[in-house]
Design a protein around this ligand. Structure first.
Ligand SMILES: Cc1cc2nc3c(=O)[nH]c(=O)nc-3n(C[C@H](O)[C@H](O)[C@H](O)COP(=O)(O)OP(=O)(O)OC[C@H]3O[C@@H](n4cnc5c(N)ncnc54)[C@H](O)[C@@H]3O)c2cc1C
Length: 531
């Protein structure tokens, strides 16, 4: 029997012309598939951006790798600005720059989600066999027949496709329809935090802050970040509790807003003349983690990107991860002779543990960004880690390095970092016991700072002595073998796309209230993580 899903002539429906949907359309077109791309919004390239929803992304190696595979890196990166580290803004005292990589040469890239989406829409539109249908909001889907219902300005349109991919974001209607059909379970874990955008305009035609850094104002239980834009402005994002005395709702009058920022973010008011107005008029967005399964049904309807696994934005990986999905699905199609029935389950099997791993890392990174980055112990730890990376190139790699500057699968990153830490603790324990033995035997112990760790200042002795010498450990694979691209010469790296699919606070995603998948394993895992 022939597999009807291998028929390239048949049209694949992709729901959502956001970042993942557009890139997927380009990859599928290259494989010879005809693609109908349905988007609920009007063409964003012709309209104005939604207020307070500009969203700047940090695009890093995983996203770039996927774009590179289809020749879109340069086009997508035309307006990106490299950020080589975090600039910490304490309440008082000097700014502190913390490089992302051991030599300060690697960069993540600040890029407007809307600009990136526009570039990808251009690419999808010009790809052979791709048709884009704007103003088509999916409202119904029968996973058995492949019939879709779209609401358009001209009325309801019904179309059928043999393969349907939901790339319609965190509040995915495709996912909602699979849930309603009883073929999928989901759990939406919302943080008690929301986000709100503010702006720092250009000052006298120049950047008001260093444009080569991602700026962070860590304030313990909350924080603000700012990313540079090509027009020399910065987009700031507040991540604050949604309610309570320190939450968004607690500041309702202009005087209270002004007082709060002068007290807690004293360097901001002079740089942001419209601060109070922006604060009072811009919406609060929700943040959360989507877990669901299965991601595909019968090899004909599937989810990808945020629709399958939206995560909180604190590792700057949501879009990068969605782009990785697209590259992986392309690989699965290539390996299965374009059989969707084989490729879609394979895709889920390969991606699931990785997306779960980055979801956990993203949640953990929130605590690091809003709180720990300001601590001297954290800074010492980072310096020690960079020293280890220098001392043991290719052997010791920080989690940040592996997540942001490599394409090593996320789950392997998590395992590797755990192994590294265990090894370090083991070496520390062994050295400590040797030292104790020598002291007992009357020997003299002279703590030596291993080569490459000099300059670490007051690093704890256990850590200093635990670090193996470069020659102690057999040579390990080079960067390339680990999925880490070669270090660039010189300086590195270089929504508008619609409202984020999580709606405003109070509005459930996708306009519907989703019952939690009761009691299943999804619920248990999630409850624990956000506790
Ligand atoms: C504040 C914030 C900061 C972030 N920072 C980063 C970062 O630094 N780095 C990073 O990599 N990621 C970041 N992200 C995450 C990133 O924006 C998402 O992971 C990414 O946009 C997901 O792409 P997607 O295509 O899956 O979904 P989306 O970009 O949400 O696209 C979904 C598309 O589907 C359309 N759609 C929705 N419903 C329907 C329907 N019923 N019918 C038809 N079309 C529909 C939408 O209009 C949209 O165009 C951030 C997110 C937020 C909220």
């Amino acid at each position: 029997m022939t597999d009807p899903t291998t028929e390239n002539e048949q049209e694949v429906a992709v729901v959502g012309a956001g970042l993942a949907g557009c890139l997927l359309a380009c990859f599928l077109a290259r494989r010879g598939h005809r693609v109908a791309l349905y988007e609920r919004r009007p063409d964003p390239r012709t309209g104005a951006a939604e207020r307070g929803r500009s969203i700047n992304l940090a695009l890093s190696e995983r996203g770039l790798d996927a774009l590179r595979r289809i020749g879109l890196e340069e086009r997508a990166m035309a307006d990106a600005l490299p950020m080589r580290g975090r600039m910490i803004h304490p309440v008082a005292g000097p700014l502190d720059f913390q490089p992302y990589s051991r030599d300060g040469d690697r960069a993540i890239n600040s890029i407007s989600r809307a600009a990136l989406n526009d570039a990808l829409l251009d690419a999808a539109e010009s790809a052979p066999g791709v048709k884009i249908f704007f103003n088509h909001r999916l409202t119904g889907l029968d996973p058995d027949t492949g019939e879709m219902r779209h609401e358009t300005p001209e009325g309801t349109v019904r179309v059928t496709a043999p393969v349907i991919i939901g790339a319609d974001g965190a509040g995915s209607v495709v996912r909602g329809q699979l849930l309603a059909a009883g073929v999928l379970e989901e759990n939406l874990d919302f943080l008690d935090y929301g986000y709100k955008e503010l702006a720092i305009p250009a000052a006298h035609g120049d950047f008001a802050l260093d444009p080569g850094a991602l700026h962070i104002w860590p304030r313990g239980t909350s924080m603000m970040i700012a990313l540079p834009n090509p027009d020399r402005s910065f987009t700031c994002t507040l991540f604050w509790p949604a309610g309570g005395p320190a939450g968004f709702a607690s500041l309702s009058s202009p005087a209270a807003v002004e007082r709060h920022f002068r007290e807690h973010y004293p360097d901001l008011p002079p740089l942001a003349p419209a601060l109070v107005e922006d604060y009072l008029s811009n919406p609060v967005g929700r943040l959360g983690t989507v877990r669901c399964g299965p991601w595909q049904v019968n090899g004909t309807v599937a989810l990808l990107g945020d629709a399958a696994h939206a995560i909180v934005p604190f590792y700057g990986q949501g879009a990068n991860c969605a782009f990785e999905d697209v590259a992986e699905l392309d690989r699965c199609l290539a390996e299965t002779g374009d059989s969707w029935r084989l490729a879609l389950p394979l895709f889920e099997q390969r991606r699931r543990e990785n997306t779960e791993a980055i979801a956990r890392m993203a949640l953990a990174n929130f605590v690091e960004m809003r709180d720990r980055v300001a601590s001297p112990w954290f800074q010492l730890g980072r310096r020690a880690e960079h020293a280890l990376e220098r001392a043991l190139p290719g052997v010791w790699l920080s989690r940040y390095e592996l997540v942001s500057f490599s394409t090593m699968p996320y789950a392997r990153v998590a395992r590797r970092v755990r192994r590294q830490r265990l090894a370090l603790a083991g070496v520390a324990a062994a050295l400590a016991s040797v030292a104790v033995g020598r002291v007992r035997a009357g020997g003299r112990v002279v703590p030596t700072l291993p080569h490459g760790l000099k300059g670490m200042g007051g690093a704890p002795v256990a850590v200093r002595n635990a670090c193996p010498q470069p020659g102690d450990i057999p040579a390990r694979p080079a960067f390339e073998d680990l999925g880490v691209p070669p270090r660039p010469q010189g300086v590195g790296g270089g929504s508008g796309g619609g409202a984020p699919s999580f709606g405003k606070v109070g509005a459930p995603p996708g306009g519907t209230s989703r019952p939690k998948a009761g009691g299943g394993s999804w619920g248990r895992v999630r409850g624990k993580e956000n506790a």
